[in-house]
Design a protein around this ligand. Structure first.
Ligand SMILES: [Zn+2]
Length: 105
């Protein structure tokens, strides 16, 4: 993750419509055929800066994929593995997305 700009709270909510809880939000990454390729995960710092990063997988349940694995069914709240850690903003966010909910480690 890295900072991607300063957003108002409204802009942050609009740009990242998925609410994972624990102040973590996101937006899905899709291709031109609306196939979900991954998710952008973001959180907002006290300064208003938004820290965001992409989590990508290439196909559903592809165990040989070196990127994250999508464990949930298409259209269901997402569960991915392994965990996601933010190392750039200093807040040290680290957790899992399980059934669409951020679970801090
Ligand atoms: Zn961060």
């Amino acid at each position: 993750m890295s900072t991607v700009g300063v957003y108002s709270s409204e802009e942050f909510t609009e740009r990242f419509p998925l609410d994972f809880g624990s102040d973590m939000r996101g937006s899905m990454v899709t291709n031109v055929n609306d196939v979900v390729l991954g998710v952008i995960i973001a959180h907002q710092l006290k300064s208003g800066e938004v820290c965001a990063g992409s989590v990508l997988w290439s196909s559903f349940n592809d165990k040989s994929n070196p990127l994250w694995r999508l464990l949930s069914r298409p259209g269901a709240p997402i569960t991915i593995d392994p965990s996601i850690q933010c190392i750039n903003c200093g807040e040290g966010k680290h957790g899992y997305l399980h059934e669409g909910v951020w679970q801090t480690i």
